[in-house]
Ligand binder design. Structure first.
Ligand code: 13P
Length: 247
């Protein structure tokens, strides 16, 4: 499946988010790919209601690693699903780096998200030093083995992967189409080894990291890049719409 997904991160008040979602809803009627927007938890119910008759699906940017109970401030996968959100972004490098989410925590979160009827956009990717040392393949392999390759083939159907090299996120430094294609093909090969070629061919693998309205078409032309996970450019309707049009 081809897909363009936005990740708003910690941006936009509720009113600003509603204004952006309204603009997108009016413009996206019959997209040639799946379109998803990831919003802060607090916007989910309102934005999901607003988009309920639209082809645009809504994603949370995180969920708790516990089912329910005395975990002050946390938001469970069941709560996310109850807002009408269909997806949950997990494993983002900002969550790994700033909130210490390790392989085991991400394994729990993924299980809970899937068990509660959410689809997961699972992010992987290396930091700059790892790329410079030529270790990017090892890194993404360990991230997949550590958190998602325990899933059954049935569960895997609800997983989308997003390769996001950390050195390209918010830096304006995009991976070249060649760099991105090379590692996307490697990732698809790992999925094929684990779940078989047919499943690997059906797996959606997004690219993220300074993907914008100018470079999207070139990236999306690569055979193993099924779409994008967009940060900064997803905050401006005309840029996000141009990226959707490029897919
Ligand atoms: P930017 O598009 O702002 O680089 O962010 C990418 C990202 O982290 C999406 O999850």
């Amino acid at each position: 499946m081809k897909m363009v997904a936005g990740n708003w991160k910690m941006n936009k008040t509720l009113q600003e988010g509603v204004a952006l979602a309204t603009e997108l809803k009016e413009a996206v009627k019959n997209p040639n790919c799946a379109v998803v927007i990831g919003t802060p938890f607090i916007h989910l119910a309102t934005v999901a209601e607003l988009l309920k008759d639209s082809p645009i699906a809504v994603a949370a940017e995180n969920c708790a690693d516990k089912e329910k109970g005395a975990y002050t401030g946390e938001v469970s996968a069941a709560m996310v699903r109850s807002t009408g959100a269909e997806y949950c972004i997990l494993g983002h490098s900002e969550r790994r780096a700033y909130y210490h989410e390790d392989y085991a925590i991400l394994r729990e979160k993924t299980q809970l998200a899937l068990a509660n009827g959410l689809k997961v956009i699972f992010c992987i990717g290396e930091v700059k030093e790892e790329r410079e040392a030529g270790k990017q393949n090892e890194v993404v392999k360990a991230q997949l083995e550590g958190s998602v390759f325990n899933l059954t083939a049935e569960e895997w159907k609800n997983v989308v992967l997003a390769y996001e090299p950390v050195w390209a996120i918010g830096t304006g430094l995009t991976a070249t189409p060649e760099q991105a294609q090379e590692i996307h093909a490697y990732i698809r090969g790992l999925v094929a080894q684990r779940y078989g070629q047919e499943v690997a061919d059906a797996t959606t693998i997004l690219y993220g990291g300074s993907c914008n309205e100018k470079n999207a078409a070139e990236l999306f032309a690569c055979p193993d890049i099924d779409g994008g996970l967009i940060g900064g450019a997803a905050l401006v309707a005309e840029k996000f719409l141009a990226i959707i049009a490029a897919r």
